[in-house]
Design a protein around this ligand. Sequence first.
Ligand code: ADP
Length: 184
Amino acid sequence: MDQRGVTLWFTGLSGAGKTTISKAVAEALRAKGYKLEILDGDVVRTNLTKGLGFTKEDRDENIRRIGFVSRILTRNDAIVLVSAISPYREIREEVREKIGNFVEVYVNAPLNVCEGRDVKGLYKRARSGDIKGFTGIDDPYEPPIDPEVECRTDLEDESESVAKVLKKLEELGYFAQASAVPAV
Ligand code: ADP
């Protein structure tokens, strides 16, 4: 199928819902016949960016490498779904500029909601001091100023969040248009 490459970049606190929403968006896109790749921060850190830590420098390097892979996939017409906390605005803007076809999805839930979910038990460990430099606790998160999509996962359910992302892709012209002239 004809498709235009684009990177969907899901940013937000741990537990905000980036992985959940991006997986569901991927399923919906696959069902429509689109080709895509998923770069999930947790998975990427076990291979592409293995060995990097959580200082600002290492976090930026992590994002730069994910951005590099996203760029070459996007320019080959893949749809790329990145889910990574990506707490720093400047590096997100840098990868946006490099990739060009870039849709930022701010997956937003208040810290207390993310912490209440504590999907991976990391907030508990951060509060007890077992993990240092945890985003939202003792490390910064700089929210996007003008994201293409904002999903408020404390106020909307997963299907609403997914629908918002798909609607934006359609608005931006990333879905193949049915041919105006029927084949004869
Ligand atoms: P992240 O990838 O941002 O760390 P996860 O997707 O792993 O977050 O976890 C988010 C949790 O929040 C999941 O347990 C999910 O079921 C729950 N959740 C509740 N409401 C929503 C929503 N509207 N969208 C996405 N996840 C939601």
